[in-house]
Design a protein around this ligand. Structure first.
Ligand code: HEM
Length: 268
């Protein structure tokens, strides 16, 4: 079976990696009713999956209109904040960025598949604050990323992807601790079934009326056995695993999986 995304074949280090895509490729779809997955999470953990800052409603409304246009459907927010209403209709998580007092800040987000972070802890943060834990971000990426946000042309859609390996297929992953606590239980002979490539496919586009930017995050997980089933793919994955920079490995805690991945790459 083919994989939709294999970003380890492109990079094993922190990179901006944004490229333009066609408007029809904006949202990947494929989930019949995302609200069936998102609504129970909101009911059980409202602060983990939704947060908004005061003053963000105008840009939320513009985001809702953009999503509705892409889906060619009208979306009635009913009693919900507009960005949340939009997010219930798409598989992606939706993050609203607005420039306030000179810095791009996250002013609202619906986050049902965050990779080890939660909505309430990140709302209001600037690009620099959001990426505080990412080694070298401030020194080598921040200024360029902020310039991309400033210069984003109406109609241009940018896409980037990142990847990590985790021992869980769950999209909802607010914290790494309970997942990593189970690594010791993995049978090395079943590493391919127990470990998953976790890919975030992200897009960025301008909301022209309010000047905000809409950042989308779609998470795809595939068992490593699916990669290992194709020798060319496995070779590319093995190459990335070996080539990953020390900072990238440490940030993603790839060391925790070294022995299990070696088993998959090199055999028993
Ligand atoms: C579009 C330009 C952006 C670039 C180039 C970028 C780049 C990165 C990179 C390199 C990482 C490290 C993980 C990885 O991707 O391998 C990261 C993590 C992260 N990014 Fe971004 N990012 C961008 C936009 C955003 C936006 C708009 C948000 C707002 C939700 C965001 C929130 C985060 C968070 C929460 C993390 C995890 C930080 C942690 O470990 O706590 N990023 N980003």
């Amino acid at each position: 079976m083919s994989l939709r995304h294999a970003p380890w074949e492109t990079a094993a280090e922190f990179a901006i990696g944004l490229r333009p895509i066609a408007p029809e490729d904006w949202l990947e779809g494929g989930e019949a009713d995302p609200a069936l997955r998102k609504d129970p999470l909101l009911a059980a953990h409202p602060h983990l999956v939704w947060a908004e800052a005061p003053g963000s409603r105008p840009a939320q409304t513009e985001a809702l209109e953009m999503v509705a246009e892409a889906l060619q459907a009208s979306i009635d927010p009913e009693h919900r904040p507009p960005l949340l209403a939009a997010a219930r209709k798409v598989a992606d998580d939706l993050c609203l960025m607005e420039k306030r007092a000179g810095a791009w800040r996250l002013t609202a987000l619906s986050l049902s598949a965050g990779t080890f972070f939660t909505a309430s802890e990140v709302v209001g943060r600037s690009l620099a604050e959001l990426h505080g834990p990412v080694p070298g971000f401030e020194a080598s990426l921040l200024a360029r990323v902020a310039r991309i946000f400033d210069g984003l042309r109406e109609g241009l859609i940018l896409e980037r992807r990142n990847w990590t390996v985790v021992n869980s297929p769950a999209l909802f992953a607010p914290s790494s601790a309970p997942i990593r606590a189970r690594i010791g239980d993995i049978d090395p002979d079943r590493a391919g079934e127990a470990l998953f490539g976790r890919v975030e496919r992200q897009t960025l586009r301008r909301l022209p009326r309010t000047g905000a930017a809409l950042f989308t995050i779609r998470v795809w997980t595939d068992p490593l056995s699916r990669i290992a089933a194709d020798p060319t793919r496995l070779e590319a994955f093995a190459k990335a695993w070996r080539a990953a920079t020390p900072e990238f490995r440490a940030y993603k805690r790839l060391d925790l999986y070294d022995a299990l991945v070696a088993r998959l790459i090199d055999g028993p």
